[in-house]
Design a protein around this ligand. Structure first.
Ligand SMILES: Cc1cc2nc3c(=O)[nH]c(=O)nc-3n(C[C@H](O)[C@H](O)[C@H](O)COP(=O)(O)OP(=O)(O)OC[C@H]3O[C@@H](n4cnc5c(N)ncnc54)[C@H](O)[C@@H]3O)c2cc1C
Length: 377
């Protein structure tokens, strides 16, 4: 039997595509080289807690179609992302808002906070002496002033990029939004949450009734001759790998996680705490239970699981997470995209095949629009 689609990769792109194709009466086979389905949203159950194995994932969108779609597969909880920052053992609310300014300067009104920021921005602009902004440090100082930059941006950004803010280009930070209201909700989107029961429920729902094979690398399997097995290929792996890295390898940044179980029910009282000083080598600590357990439920589960996140340069064997959008990689990715356009009956999609950072909701939006066109809604 020949499938309509062979889908390489069971992440949100592949799984959503398979779901929509099946609804349209098409047959699909999904393969994934990892030992599990779900790509980067996969969670591992440790001590009854869903642990985000490939980094904390918070679903957020203002697109009602996308929100209704995911909620038709699994209902979402009311998790609202309100990260904290820890700088030398002092805690600050994020994103920068009136709570942060109160903690930073003791100011209690928006007018006082605005005046403080304006004063520090003016100092930064004056110290440029008319010279153009030449790096990220100068850019950030002119946007928010010295205190916020030094306590909440500088070391964190240096840990993320592995370089001094003085050596990073200014364009990395275009805007630094500040809110003069007491609002710790990180996202501005209308909808956010975590699937009730975890992300695996979303993936299981999308892939329900679809044939899937794990531990199977497309390039080291019989499916490399995909035309024997399917009419079309949906490829969500790395674009350079598809073309045998013939033009060169694309660069990535990655994150490594040190995960441990703590024998207490509540370790840091919040899902996300950013460590914004060099005193800690990690950028964030995630306490996974707070994504899905609220109130008394936190204490009904006796243990907790925490992950420290370390930002790293990508090496073979690590997970490619974030594209490095410098000139070299942008040009190379564009050359690969040109090659991809020439492939017959192959759809390249998702973060690896497009060499693009995508949040989850835009991935789903892209697949819904693509499948609506393909299957003629
Ligand atoms: C650290 C981190 C945190 C994130 N946090 C958020 C967040 O909070 N909110 C949000 O909206 N988004 C977040 N994202 C983005 C989110 O992870 C992506 O939008 C989503 O995972 C993309 O889905 P995908 O299907 O394109 O890729 P993936 O999930 O990576 O799936 C691709 C799949 O293809 C498989 N594959 C690759 N090559 C082969 C091959 N040769 N053979 C077989 N299988 C192959 C891989 O094993 C993988 O399972 C985050 C991303 C990262 C990196």
């Amino acid at each position: 039997m020949k499938y309509d689609f062979l889908i390489v990769g069971s992440g949100l792109f592949g799984a959503t595509f398979a779901y929509k194709a099946k609804k349209a009466g098409k047959s699909c086979l999904v393969i994934d080289k990892r030992p599990h389905l779900g790509g980067n949203v996969y969670c591992e159950n440790i001590e009854g807690i869903n642990v985000h194995k490939y980094g904390a994932h918070i679903f957020h969108t203002s697109n009602k179609e996308v929100w209704d779609f995911v909620n038709s597969i699994v209902k979402f909880n009311r998790y609202t992302n309100c990260p904290m920052a820890n700088y030398k053992d002092k805690l600050y609310n994020l994103p920068f808002n009136m709570n942060t300014f109160y903690q930073m300067w003791g100011v209690t009104t928006p007018e006082q906070a605005q005046a403080k920021i304006e004063e520090q921005k003016a100092e930064a602009i004056a110290s440029l002496n008319g010279k153009e902004l030449s790096n990220l440090e100068e850019q950030a100082l002119t946007l928010v002033g010295k205190d916020i930059f030094e306590k909440l941006i500088k070391d964190y950004t240096e840990k993320q990029w592995g370089r001094s803010c003085k050596d990073l280009p200014a364009f990395i930070i275009k805007r630094l939004p500040v809110r003069f209201v007491f609002d710790n909700n990180y996202f501005n989107d209308t909808y956010q949450g975590i699937p009730i029961g975890g992300y695996n429920k979303l993936i299981d729902g999308l892939l329900d009734g679809i044939e899937c094979k794990t531990n199977l690398d497309f390039f080291n399997s019989e499916y490399i001759d995909w035309q024997k097995f399917a009419d079309s290929l949906v490829y969500t792996g790395a674009i350079d790998e598809y073309f045998g890295n013939s033009l060169g390898k694309l660069d990535w940044r990655t994150v490594s996680f040190k995960t441990r179980v703590e024998s207490i029910p509540n370790y840091q009282g919040n899902a996300v705490v950013n460590y914004t000083s060099h005193e800690q080598p990690y950028t964030r600590v995630i306490e996974h239970k707070h994504f899905e357990m609220f109130g008394q439920a936190v204490y009904e589960c006796q243990k907790t699981v925490v992950s420290e996140e370390y930002s790293l340069e990508y090496k073979e064997g690590l997970e490619p997470y974030y594209p490095v959008n410098n000139d070299r990689n942008n040009i190379l990715a564009e050359q690969y995209r040109k090659l991809a356009e020439q492939e017959k009956n192959v759809i390249f999609g998702g973060r690896l095949a497009e060499y693009k950072y995508y949040d989850m909701a835009p991935i789903i939006e892209t697949v819904l629009s693509l499948t609506n066109q393909l299957f003629d809604k």
